[in-house]
Structure formats: structure tokens, C-alpha cells
Design a protein around this ligand. Sequence first.
Ligand code: SF4
Ligand code: FES
Length: 246
Amino acid sequence: MNLTLYVWRQKGSGDKGQLVPYEANGISNDMSFLEMLDVVNEGLIKRGEEPIAFDSDCREGICGMCGQVVNGIPHGPRKKTTICQLHMRHFKDGDTIYIEPFRAKAFPVIKDLIVDRGAFDRIIQAGGYISVHTGGAPDGNAILIPKHDAETAMDAAECIGCGACVAACPNGSAMLFTAAKVTHLAMLPQGQVEAARRVCVMTDEMLGQGFGNCGNHYECQAVCPKGIKVQFIAKLNREFIKAQGR
Ligand code: SF4
Ligand code: FES
């Protein structure tokens, strides 16, 4: 396939940035989107030009490191698919593709397609943990957990912290991310001791980091590569009200 790319190039957070056209020629259907960018970068390096900066790590859809907006959609056009797992067979020869970084006030651009998602780390640092004595692995089933609760906790724990939900939200809200992190601990007995404090400090930190409020647009759910549901936001709100009562 031969493609035309318009890629956001920005030297640093103080730079204005612009979309720059590139030709991506001889692209195989079997390549991932990031492999296609690797090919483009090899060409740029050979010509002595600066390669396009973008984030990736596992390239298996599990680490949450990658993130780009493709033709206006965070992680591109495939449902429940990270950009590293998006394959070029979903595009056509001759296509024009626009590639931009995640855009949100709380995610400043570092360079080209790389944004600083440290704000998510600070939300987790505020309360996204449990305090326990460590030691040997405990016996299985020592604490019985109802099947529904275990499954809900696991569904919430699927969040990989990629930030697509924030990039898709017109308010730049991090409610889906924070809700997933609060819920996966709130559903389990181990998360109960710090539950009230957790939901308050994580919500405070979320607002302090410059994320907006939830406006029930559901755009976050639509782009989430892990299928995190907005029902978890309702759970976050219930946890928050419960914590106020305490
Ligand atoms: S809720 Fe989904 S879109 Fe948001 S950070 Fe987690 S995995 Fe990414
Ligand atoms: S690089 Fe790890 S999820 Fe995409």
C-alpha cells in the first residue's frame, strides 16, 4: 500500500506544532500501525531528518504506553484496539491518514506524538493502592469473594491507563480512568480499609491535575481499548457519596 500521512510535528511543549505531510510507500497489510511508522522513520533517518517521536513499549495492547489520534479517533478506527494492535489491513491503498497526539490540558505535548501522562501517575499515587503486610503468597481462597464482585473487579482492572478516554472527552475528563481504578479496589475485601479515603483523595487529585468533569458524553467508553464501561463512573459516584457519609 502507498499512503499519505499528515503527522503532527512539534519540537517541544513551547513549540506551536503543525501537521507535516509524508509518503508511506510499500506498506504491508500485515504491519501494525506502529510498524508502518517505523518504516517511515527509517526513511527519515536515512535522509538525515528527525524521526517522528511516538510512545510504545509492549506493542501487545497491555502496557498502555502507546496513544495517538488517528483520523480524529484516539487509538484509531477499530473498537477495543490499541494503536499498537491496529493493523494496516484496516486501511486502503491510497488512503490519507491524519495522526495527532492525545490532546488534553492535563496531557501536555512533550514532542510530536508523545504526551506527558504523569497526571495519571499522580492520581494513582494519591490513593490507588492498598496497604498490606507483604510476605509469602497467601493461600488461594483464604478470603472468599463472591463471583460477581471478583469479575467486576477484574473488568475494572483491565484499564491500562492509556489516556484515550481523556483525549476523547470534550471536557478532558479522567472520570473513566479514575472510576476503573477506584472500582477494582472497592469491589474486593482488601480494598475496604482505605476505601473512603481513597475515593476522596483520588477524585481531589484528578480535579487538581486539570482534568474536567464528566458530562455524560460517553465518548470515553466508545474509544476505550479495554472496554471499560461508564457504569464504573456510577460506582465511583456511589463510593464518593458513601465516603461523605463516613
Ligand atoms: S479507561 Fe480505557 S481509555 Fe481510559 S485509561 Fe483506562 S484503558 Fe485507557
Ligand atoms: S505499546 Fe503497550 S499497549 Fe500499546
